[in-house]
Design a protein around this ligand. Structure first.
Ligand SMILES: NC(=O)c1ccc[n+]([C@@H]2O[C@H](COP(=O)([O-])OP(=O)(O)OC[C@H]3O[C@@H](n4cnc5c(N)ncnc54)[C@H](OP(=O)(O)O)[C@@H]3O)[C@@H](O)[C@H]2O)c1
Length: 288
């Protein structure tokens, strides 16, 4: 098994799980990290080769992509996605990388109000011109939002009205990403929306959490102004807040809705339900 796979964003949610899946299956993984810390040590202990680098620095990427067959690219909702994508595409082409799996999102489109989602759409189009085979993944909202936005009060305060989505765990996305990286050819040129197994509104998500955690969880629909105040209190950047306010409106309008069988088709098993995700993270909820 001589394929070498580069995982960018390997200390983040989807990247870490992708690297771990590939290592578990015996693949040769190079993990790009910005600094050595306990997260990179964990990856190294699992057998990953650690490459220090930054996607905003072309030369470090050119080094990290040497002798690589395929790579996973993800970048946070932060300024710099266009530079990062262009650098990654250039480095991949220079070094003869065969395939790229590119993290995008379901709301990416030409006419979106979100600057970040528009950049994802342009990044997809840029990569479509690359000679390297590209697969775009377009998840709906991650299940991890049910942790990131949890304030311990038992209330889910979101401006999502009665909009619906099927939350998908980063670990399920990582299974898809790893399978594509192992055998990219059948997925070349594809754009895969990724969903969890069950589409729910936030009243139903709160019910599922209540049942699983055996405590009262309640959805409280709020307006965009209150949501903005909450996001600011969490110290989120203006870029991130602009994105979240825009996609909240998308969410109400059904852009995040839907489900499909892509995870099962590519990985052979169903993605996690909200109940399973919450049960797996019970220790977090018990501590908060
Ligand atoms: N959350 C959602 O509901 C959702 C839904 C759909 C799509 N998405 C997409 O998911 C993507 C984020 O993926 P994720 O959640 O797996 O990532 P994440 O957990 O936010 O982690 C981001 C990773 O990128 C690394 N990184 C940041 N800046 C870097 C740089 N300049 N050079 C090299 N590495 C850098 C981070 O490293 P450090 O640890 O050093 O910071 C970290 O490993 C976004 O593009 C977003 O649009 C998210």
């Amino acid at each position: 098994m001589s394929r070498k796979i580069l995982v960018i964003g390997s200390t983040g949610k989807t990247g870490r799980n992708t690297a771990e899946n590939l290592l578990k299956d015996g693949y040769d993984v190079r993990a790009l990290v910005r600094r050595e810390d306990e997260r990179s040590k964990r990856l190294s202990d699992l057998g990953a080769e650690i490459a220090l680098g930054d996607v905003l620095d072309l030369n470090s990427l050119a080094e990290a992509t040497q002798d690589v067959n395929a790579l996973y690219f993800t970048y946070p909702i932060a300024p710099g996605l266009m530079d990062a994508t262009a650098n990654m595409a250039q480095a991949a082409e220079e070094n003869g990388v065969e395939a790229i799996v590119n993290m995008s999102q379901i709301s990416a489109r030409r006419g979106t109000e979100s600057n970040a989602a528009r950049q994802h759409w342009v990044a997809e189009r840029l990569l479509d011109h690359s000679p390297v085979a590209v697969t775009h993944i377009r998840p709906t909202f991650f299940a991890e939002w049910l942790i990131n936005m949890w304030d311990g009060s038992g209330e889910l305060r979101f401006p999502f009205a009665e909009g619906r989505h099927a939350p998908i765990a980063a670990s399920d996305q990582a299974k898809v990403i790893a399978e594509i990286l192992k055998d990219p050819a059948p997925h070349a040129g594809q754009r895969y929306p990724l969903y969890g197994p069950v589409e729910l509104n936030h009243y139903e998500i709160a019910d599922a959490m209540s049942r699983t955690l055996e405590r009262d969880v309640r959805y409280v629909p709020i307006g965009l102004d209150e949501f903005e105040t909450i996001l600011k209190s969490k110290g989120m950047s203006p870029h991130f807040i602009q994105h979240l306010l825009a996609v909240a409106v998308d969410y109400q309008n059904g852009i995040f809705a839907g489900t499909n069988d892509t995870v099962k088709r590519i990985c052979g098993s169903d993605p996690k339900t909200v109940e399973t995700f919450v049960a797996e993270n019970r220790a977090f909820y018990d501590a908060h």
